[in-house]
Design a protein around this ligand. Sequence first.
Ligand code: ZN
Length: 125
Amino acid sequence: MAEIDPAGAPEVVFRDGLAEGELRYQRCRACSTAVFQPRVLCTGCGSDDLSWERSSGRGTVYSTTAVRGRGGAHNVALVDLDEGFRMMSRVDDIDPGSVGIGMRVAFTTVEDNGDPVAVFRKGSA
Ligand SMILES: [Zn+2]
């Protein structure tokens, strides 16, 4: 694993993580809130004392929608990660309408126009 260089802008640190296959998030040193999207100030208390951590990538689907477009249907999901933050993503490799609330999912990355993107796949417990 590469060391997390916390000097960059939060969005850059996050994207560097995706390039390493890691799901990075921030945790507030003042109030322990797990912070996501990457940002400068804690969403819980406003502190700027945020540290970077690596998520296990394991989570649970909080909400799910099948979106139909020209390229076919895809899924948009809100996933609650086990570390206590929520992110908008999608669940791949499963029929978009079959993604269920409460389903256990696991983080992975896929290439989208050359950039790594965070997605989830149906996972075990
Ligand atoms: Zn805080």
